[in-house]
Design a protein around this ligand. Structure first.
Ligand code: NDP
Length: 252
């Protein structure tokens, strides 16, 4: 395995499962030091253990990205342990489909607090480090996880889709703000991927739709997303692939 990411310091939110976990393993296997952020400590420790078995370096940071003190403390912990981060995979998220007329407002709030405000908190907490790393001449990446729902239309996904459209549009604007500082900004818009995400869905219509889709579509695997992130961050420094839509071949 090449060590093409040796010297890089990667922060990954949502690293305890799914896309974040797979990406942490992929980046670490190419030589990056990885800071693993999520709320479930035991799951993070398992990921860290796997990385260390493979000879990589990992730092476990239990953090709730809906809490600014938590994201600020995480940024300090990364800086103390590894120096300034030069790669943030801003990926933690939650999907709760529901009917607009009856969905509990708390479910809208949880998605907005995490997918929208949480993503922005992470960016604000780590931006000084990304800027410092860029000023040192290092390659610097901010990658935000949005979703195909930011573009395509799905019934009963209005609140989730809107939160992800926010992430996509935020990313496009940030690229203009941060590109001149030599910080690349990319947004990932995946289609259905086999992770724990679908396990949180309680709305029956969406559960039925997902179960039906699983009969005819080979969903993406978290490793497919990890390989895409690895590709993005391995491009030459002057190349910013700004938006990636990645779909299961059979998903419309
Ligand atoms: P998972 O449910 O497997 O991962 C979600 C991650 O977010 C977990 O590691 C979870 O860890 C973390 N998380 C949740 N709440 C918080 C919080 N408050 N603070 C910190 N971390 C938190 O799903 P995916 O891997 O699929 O999701 C990753 C991203 O991909 C999400 O943004 C999702 O919206 C997006 N996405 C997913 C698709 C799919 O089909 N799976 C398709 C398109 C986009 P913990 O519980 O330990 O805190």
């Amino acid at each position: 395995m090449t060590q093409e990411l040796a010297g890089r310091v990667a922060v990954i939110t949502g690293a305890s499962s799914g896309m974040g976990r797979a990406t942490a393993l992929a980046l670490a296997s190419r030589g990056a030091k990885v800071a693993l952020m999520a709320r479930r400590q035991a799951a993070l420790e398992e990921v860290a253990k796997e990385i260390r078995w493979g000879g990589g370096e990992a730092l476990v940071i239990v953090a709730d990205v809906t809490d600014q003190m938590s994201t600020d403390a995480a940024a300090l912990a990364v800086q103390r342990e590894y120096g300034n981060a030069d790669l943030v995979f801003n990926n933690a998220g939650l999907m709760l489909p529901g009917a607009m007329g009856t969905q509990p407002i708390s479910e809208w709030e949880r998605q907005i607090d995490l997918n929208v405000t949480g993503a922005m908190r992470v960016i604000q907490s780590f931006l000084p480090q990304l800027e410092a790393a860029a000023a040192e001449g290092r390659t610097v990446d901010l990658i935000n996880t949005s979703s195909i729902t930011a573009q395509n239309i799905f019934g009963y996904f209005a609140a989730y889709s809107a939160s992800k459209a926010f992430v996509s549009h935020l990313s496009r604007h940030l690229r203009v703000e941060l590109g001149p500082k030599n910080i690349r900004v990319a947004v990932l818009e995946p289609g259905i991927t086999s992770t724990e995400l679908q396990g949180h869905v309680t709305f029956q219509g969406a559960r039925d739709w997902l179960a039906e889709a699983a009969k005819s579509i080979d969903f993406l695997k978290p490793e497919d997303i990890a390989e895409t992130v690895r590709f993005l961050v391995s491009l030459p420094k002057h190349v910013n692939l700004q938006q990636v839509v990645i779909m299961p071949t059979k998903e419309a």
